[in-house]
Design a protein around this ligand. Structure first.
Ligand SMILES: [Mg+2]
Length: 328
């Protein structure tokens, strides 16, 4: 049996992780780990298990107050899809994005998987390297998405392949997302899902699968043109990749008139390019929430600078739902 034991040394209390074992009919105790003082223990647990970091509390509260004061009628939400609405890890294993699921599960054949993996290996490193300048990244991402679409179309992507990703794939929504979608629907708050997914056609299918294809949700992503046999023949332009979300002009969409005067905005993303989703929109109060799923030590400072709130360790939507519940 493993348990924590305290020991008083020179008037101070220290904690140890110990194990009791039966040896020759007698109990023997073995120290497995020195844990230090209660304060040491709290510091250690706090840095690893903390779920929410507020970058600037005063600033956040001021914006929050403004949003509550103006109410639901003045408010809308813009969210990324992959690893924002969906989980980043399941049982310690990295969870795929929609497109990586198509690649890794071989739904479109081995040759496609091989070619797509080669592109991923080369370009993903560039995508996540915070030291590479944005302009250079944009160019490379455009190249990646372009080459990838050529392959998808050449290999014969059909609607059925996408349906397989939705039905058989491992992708799971983050805890609290179903409630989040219900809350926005009940309060008639528009939700714009802006995704650079390689196969944006999957997003409405996912929403349908969980019975949340509500009218207040608008999906902006990369959609294919299909022939009458359900085969992809062309990708609609302009292509949205992970670094050009800022160039997506919301004004060109029908729903724009619904959000034009809802100038208080909640932005949800997990990538550094996601903070650009509201660029060009004239907002009053903007709260940006970022999910930092990976490389915590390396990336936390950058995320704190980019987002008002950072949710760590693949956290849930609980904080976001509590915030939305208070908007009347
Ligand atoms: Mg994402």
């Amino acid at each position: 049996m493993v348990f924590i034991r305290k020991k008083k040394v020179s008037g101070k209390i220290y904690y140890y992780l110990v194990e009791n074992k039966m040896v020759n009919g007698k109990v023997q105790q073995k120290v497995l780990m020195y844990l230090g003082t209660a304060q040491n223990l709290l510091n250690k647990l706090g840095s690893k298990n903390q779920e929410i970091v507020i970058s600037d509390l005063k600033y956040f509260e001021a914006k929050q107050d403004r949003i509550y004061k103006d109410g639901a009628k003045k408010f809308h939400v813009v969210a990324d899809f992959d690893k924002t609405l969906t989980k980043a890890f399941v049982n310690g294993e990295k969870m795929p994005s929609i497109i990586s699921e198509l690649r890794s599960r071989g739904f479109l054949g081995k040759e496609y998987s091989k070619k797509a993996q080669e592109l991923f290996d080369y370009y993903h490193k560039i995508e996540i390297d915070l030291k590479i300048p944005l302009e250079e990244k944009k160019e490379k991402m455009e190249e990646w998405w372009g080459k990838h679409y050529e392959i998808l179309i050449k290999m014969g992507l059909t609607k059925k392949h996408i349906k397989k990703v939705v039905d058989d794939g491992k992708i799971q929504f983050r805890k609290g997302v179903l409630e989040f979608l219900d809350l926005l629907h009940e309060k008639d708050i528009p939700l714009i899902i802006l995704s650079s997914s390689g196969i944006g056609d999957a997003i409405p299918m996912f929403l349908k699968k969980i019975n949340k294809n509500y009218k207040n949700i608008h999906v902006i992503s990369n959609f294919f043109k299909w022939n009458n046999k359900g085969k992809a023949i062309k990708i609609n332009e302009p292509v949205i990749h992970s670094m050009n979300k800022s160039e997506t002009s919301l004004e060109s969409f029908d729903f724009y008139k619904k959000i034009k005067y809802r100038q208080n905005v909640l932005l949800l993303g997990d990538g550094i390019g996601d903070v650009e989703m509201v660029k060009g929109f004239l907002y009053d109060a903007l709260i940006k929430i970022g999910f930092l799923n990976d490389n915590l030590d390396e990336n936390l400072q950058t995320y704190k600078e980019l987002f008002d709130i950072v949710i760590l360790n693949d956290g849930s939507f609980n904080f976001i739902n509590e915030f939305i519940k208070k908007i009347k």
